[in-house]
Design a protein around this ligand. Structure first.
Ligand code: ADP
Length: 486
């Protein structure tokens, strides 16, 4: 029996751990067992105002430190996280459900953002512009934007936080974080790491509780200059609309509907292995995970057979147990959506290649919201699954015979986050990659999210980049210094 975790003092404000003013708290549920196993503070407007005040008070000193000085704290935080991977991973699995091996991968990835931005902190280069007027010199310098409100989701409870907070504080900003109510424990653990790393009070703060009230406090307080958000497109649009009232910068990482195109010259073994990895990682609850497969008709039979064989080997269960490949879905709402897309597809003529509800659950002892990994053939464009984000282990296949049609279908969505192609042909790679309307194109690769690379979508998938030097740039305002020289 694992211990019950009481974090009634989960608010981290100005370097202190506090409870909600009302004394209210909310529970955290293990999605694999549906047991509540922890409690965190349920705060709102007042606590958020205090956190913003603390962040604003910390900003002048923090922003005036050199990049090198800020780098030291981030590097310490990186080391502390790497020393504690096992504990942090099991905490993450317990609140989020993903298999422990994936949770360890996520903690390593979360730490990699701390390391990368520890390095980038000292590289806030400006620009020297050759002027067209002989008596002028022009420089462009980057200024930290100010207090940043960071709002994060539950699907990557650790790496989504470091991917925002590390570049923000590397750039010289201060932060108020609001983690997802489903996964506050990983966020608390990250605050503890920053505290241990000796980060000055107020540089990073965290408020858990009422999303609407916390969001509203961030949106209406003039000290908050920027909101960085990862989550649903609907909430992202709301934040952008409301942020406009004070012309806040609103950086958004939203949903996706990634296509995978398997061309006839693809290495099918590689394509099937990676398509599976992309679709079923985190049980399909990843904004860049494959949502639909377009397979050339000449290779469809062989590819589908390979994919089926691999999917049938996946083991569904509690992520804490050795050998689990697929955990539960996060909650009932997520499960309902997957069921709805499944029923809709079957009703419109999709054929079950493997999985599906007729087989029942692989393990009837499972209590959480599990859905068997399922591949569907004969997917048609009118099915919900072909245009709504699934966030679950359902994989529809549609055949094609012409590259241009496959590209047109891949682009026929309001989303534009990630797309993947499998081909061994260089000309085709470049031709197709250039035509795909996505912020990220993976070529024989489904793991593009590394700390050194710019991650982000276009269209309704978002408007910013996280990772790489581009990720730190988001937190720097550009100032032109134009100097007349006698
Ligand atoms: P999901 O449906 O995947 O949980 P959301 O967009 O609802 O996606 O949630 C992502 C994050 O946004 C979570 O931390 C959630 O609490 C937060 N959130 C949801 N609604 C609001 C809001 N009105 N203001 C601020 N944050 C919000």
């Amino acid at each position: 029996m694992l211990e019950y975790l009481n974090y009634a003092k989960s608010l981290f404000i100005n370097g202190e751990w506090l409870e909600a003013e009302s004394g209210e708290s909310e529970t955290v549920c293990n999605p694999a067992t549906l047991e509540t196993f922890a409690r965190v503070a349920y705060a709102g407007k007042n606590e958020t105002e205090r956190a913003i005040e603390a962040a604003a008070a910390a900003f002048p000193d923090w922003s005036q430190k050199t990049g090198r000085e800020r780098s030291v704290y981030l590097y310490r935080a990186y080391q502390l996280m790497m020393e504690d991977v096992d504990r942090l991973a099991s905490l993450l699995t317990r609140e989020q459900g993903k298999p422990l091996k994936e949770a360890k991968g996520e903690i390593n990835s979360a730490a990699s953002f701390l390391l990368w931005y520890a390095e980038e902190a000292s590289r806030g280069y400006g620009e020297w512009l050759p002027s067209s007027v002989p008596s002028k010199r022009m420089l462009v310098i980057g200024h930290p934007i100010g207090v940043v409100g960071a709002i994060t989701p539950w699907n990557f409870p650790s790496s989504m936080i470091t991917r925002k907070v590390a570049p923000a504080i590397a750039a010289g900003c201060t932060v108020v974080l609001k983690p997802s109510p489903e996964t506050p424990l990983s966020a608390i653990a990250i605050m503890e790491i920053f505290e241990k790393a000796g980060l000055p009070a107020g540089v990073v703060n965290m408020v858990t509780g009422d999303a609407q009230a916390i969001g509203n406090a961030m949106l209406t307080n003039k000290a908050v200059k920027m909101i960085t958000f990862t989550g649903s497109t609907a909430t992202g649009k709301y934040l952008m609309r409301e942020g406009a009232n004070q012309m806040k910068k609103v950086s958004l990482e939203l949903g996706g509907h990634a296509p995978i195109i398997v061309f006839e010259d693809a290495n099918l073994e590689k394509a099937a292995t990676l398509a599976l990895a992309s679709k079923f990682r985190n049980n399909g609850q990843t904004c860049i995970c494959a949502n639909r497969l377009y397979v050339h008709e000449k290779v469809a039979e062989s590819f589908t057979a390979l994919l089926k064989e691999k999917v049938q080997q996946l083991k569904m269960g509690d992520g804490m147990q050795e050998g689990t490949d697929l955990g539960p879905l996060i909650n009932e709402q997520a499960s309902k959506k997957v069921h709805q897309q499944y029923e809709d597809a079957i009703g419109k003529g999709a054929e079950i290649v493997c999985g599906g509800l007729h087989e029942g659950h692989a393990n009837t002892d499972l209590k959480g919201y599990y859905f068997p990994p399922t591949v569907l053939a004969n997917a048609t464009d009118d099915m919900l699954i072909m245009h709504q984000e699934t966030f679950g282990p359902l994989f529809p296949i549609q055949l094609f015979s012409n590259d241009d049609v496959a590209i047109q279908k891949a682009n026929n969505t309001d989303y534009g986050l990630a797309a993947y192609i499998f081909t061994e042909n260089t000309s085709r790679t470049l031709r197709v990659a250039e035509k795909l309307e996505y912020g990220i194109v993976g070529v024989n690769d489904v793991f593009p999210a590394l700390s050194e690379a710019p991650f982000g979508g276009i269209k309704e998938s978002g408007n910013s980049k996280e990772g790489g030097h581009h990720g730190m740039d988001e937190f720097l305002e550009k100032k032109l210094v134009s100097i007349a020289v006698d």
